[in-house]
Design a protein around this ligand. Structure first.
Ligand SMILES: [Zn+2]
Length: 249
């Protein structure tokens, strides 16, 4: 038994390949290796919503060879990054789409108090010390998301004559919202970065699931009756949804 465990540990260790990073101009991307026993060749994939590069490594191929493959694929990686768009960091001077509208992030060193917005000049003022800017801005965005989502869900719950238990905010890459059979709703906080009608549609969609926990004809009839901009919002998410994930939280 001890011997078996020892050999298992050894195998596990061999399977783990230390991550690396690749610097491309002013952007450094993380490189994660994943050993795959069924893979026949080295495969590169730019994570759709993140800044990382995923390398599938077949059995018997060393980390050094995988890393060499990454180096030789620089031009392909650059073209993929160009296609994907630039990352937005929560830093002064960066542009953030608040409710789908460009806002510049401004740091106010001397001021204490809350994060505020100037909708006319399209600015987000973040007071306090610079090292706390990212955290404070993120807290603000999530609070704004919660307020807008709660208001939209309450509106649709009244219209559709249903009740919901509570709202949870998440940061899932694969879904904008979800609804459980027990009446709990969850949403991506990143909806605050989409136009207002998109957030409104996602709220309507999840609240409609409280009536029909499927995507059947009756579900769509209810949703389209109460939320006429549903199709337009779905198109927006299909075309632009990925962009929202370029904000590095
Ligand atoms: Zn659904």
């Amino acid at each position: 038994m001890v011997q078996f465990l020892e050999s298992l540990r050894k195998t596990t260790k061999q399977q783990t390949l230390e991550p690396s990073s690749l610097s491309l101009g002013d952007e450094a991307i993380s490189v994660v290796f994943r050993r795959h026993v069924n893979a026949r060749r080295l495969i590169l994939r730019l994570e759709p919503c993140g800044s990382g590069l995923l390398v599938t490594v077949p059995r018997g191929v060393s980390r050094a060879r995988a890393l060499d493959f990454v180096e030789r694929s620089r031009s392909w990686i650059c073209s993929q990054l160009d296609k994907r768009g630039r990352l937005t960091h929560l830093e002064p001077g960066q542009c953030l789409k608040l409710r789908g509208i460009d806002h510049e992030i401004r740091h106010i060193q001397s001021r204490r108090g809350l994060v505020t917005t100037d909708p006319v000049r399209r600015l987000i003022h973040v007071p306090g010390d610079l090292p706390h800017l990212r955290r404070r801005l993120l807290t603000f965005l999530k609070a704004e998301a919660r307020a807008d989502i709660t208001a939209a869900c309450s509106k649709y719950a009244t219209l559709m004559d249903v009740g919901f238990r509570r709202i949870t905010l998440r940061d899932q890459k694969s879904r904008w919202g979800s609804c459980s059979a027990s009446g709990e709703l969850s949403f991506s906080w990143r909806l605050i970065l989409t136009p207002e009608y998109v957030l409104d549609y996602v709220a309507a969609h999840e609240v409609a699931h409280l009536r029909h926990l499927n995507h059947g004809a009756r579900f769509w009839r209810l949703l389209l009756t109460q939320c006429p901009h549903a199709t337009k919002a779905r198109d927006w998410l299909r075309l632009n949804g990925q962009q929202v994930h370029l904000v590095v939280a």
